[in-house]
Write a protein that binds this ligand. Structure first.
Ligand code: NAD
Length: 332
């Protein structure tokens, strides 16, 4: 299957490396508006660099869009109208309105679109897929060093969206209320955000994302009726502390409660090691080849983006309140 890559910056090069490891794909070419960089990548990877998107479009049937988020819509629209299957990096577009237009187009032109919510392919999460059931409380931290890439969007679009996608994958209930605070420190958009999401079913998630942190961290802690699960997306491992009525394994600890006893067991999970980007691209190939549903469809990208927008709205109204209070205190 001939594949083309659009945008060969930081992540585009990683896509190229992964594509080379997937024998089912034949790398047809690349396109980047930075023609000098494109030529360099062309030499390094031994792949043709096309001078226009139109030329590359005619040379392949599947495409990876790995350009800044603000350009995703225009590029994907052109590819879909040409009848091509498109893998679009996250966030799928800048707004839900743009993503919905792409969805309508994908249906009209009968092409497949997958969104790059790559944490779904994180080995630690994959190993837990059937163990996360009905989480009631989630505490999430995604912290990263400052990097001027991706500052065309806020930290919510850039980093928090990974956790938002996972949250919405496991909590099958509408969002009831969103509260959030955000601050822009080094870029013009929010660089740090804390959000509290409450769902109709009572589940609550506290999310923190920062791109101005001195250390990197990607951790999610989930509490559900029978277990506490912690996932480290960076280290690709997890721990499940489960509470059972009966002693399931010999190392289980007995817990004496008022009128009965329970057993606590600890399970450490090392997910099958693998490359999440390669796996998402392999999955996309499979769904095209077998004409089966894609694992992370456009609707999931739209759903995540809608919650990003709700969080940004909540930050906006919080700022209005703060400004109002500030004005009042000026008058006192
Ligand atoms: P980058 O700035 O390193 O690279 C972007 C490249 O796109 C540059 O080479 C630039 O010249 C090129 N470009 C810009 N406009 C273009 C256009 N109209 N047509 C063709 N090329 C164009 O950025 P990056 O870090 O590689 O991020 C790219 C995308 O990947 C963003 O949407 C980002 O959110 C996403 N991303 C996802 C993850 C993840 O975990 N899945 C991680 C990093 C980045």
């Amino acid at each position: 299957m001939k594949i083309g890559v659009i945008g060969v910056g930081h992540l585009g090069k990683i896509h190229l490396k992964c594509i080379r490891q997937i024998p089912e794909y034949h790398l047809a070419g690349i396109f980047d508006v930075d023609l000098q960089e494109a030529r360099k990548v062309s030499d390094d990877f031994g792949v043709s660099a096309f001078e226009t998107l139109e030329e590359l479009t005619a040379s392949a049937e599947v495409f990876c869009v790995v350009t800044p988020t603000t350009t995703h819509y225009a590029i994907a629209e052109q590819l879909i109208r040409a009848g091509k299957h498109v893998f679009i990096e996250k966030p799928v577009t800048r707004t839900t309105a743009e993503a919905k237009k792409l969805q309508a187009l994908a249906e009209k032109y009968d092409v497949k679109v997958q969104v790059g919510h790559v944490e779904r392919f994180n080995p630690a999460l994959r190993a837990l897929e059937d163990k996360i059931v009905n989480p009631g409380f989630l505490e999430v931290h995604r912290l990263a060093n400052y990097n001027p890439r991706s500052t065309d969007v806020s930290v919510i679009h850039d980093l928090m969206i990974h956790d938002i996608d996972i949250l919405l994958h496991f909590i099958k209930s509408p969002v009831k209320e969103v509260r959030a605070n955000g601050l822009s420190i080094l870029s013009r958009k929010d660089d740090i955000c804390s959000a509290r999401i409450e769902f109709e079913n009572g589940a609550v998630a506290n999310l923190t994302a920062s791109r101005i942190s001195v250390k990197n961290m990607r951790k999610m802690r989930l509490f559900q009726p029978d277990a506490y699960i912690s996932i480290d997306f960076l280290e690709k491992n997890a721990q499940i502390i489960s509470i059972d009525e009966e002693k399931k394994d010999e190392n289980a600890m007995r817990l004496e409660l008022e009128d009965h006893e329970k057993y606590i067991s600890i399970e450490n999970i090392e997910g099958p090691q693998g490359n999440a980007i390669r796996e998402e691209l392999e999955a996309f190939y499979k769904s095209i080849k077998e004409n089966s549903p894609v694992l992370v469809p456009l609707v999931d990208g739209i759903r995540a983006l809608a919650l990003v927008e709700q969080i940004e709205e909540a930050i906006g109204s919080q700022r209005d309140v703060e400004e109002f209070l500030h004005m009042k205190s000026d008058k006192v």
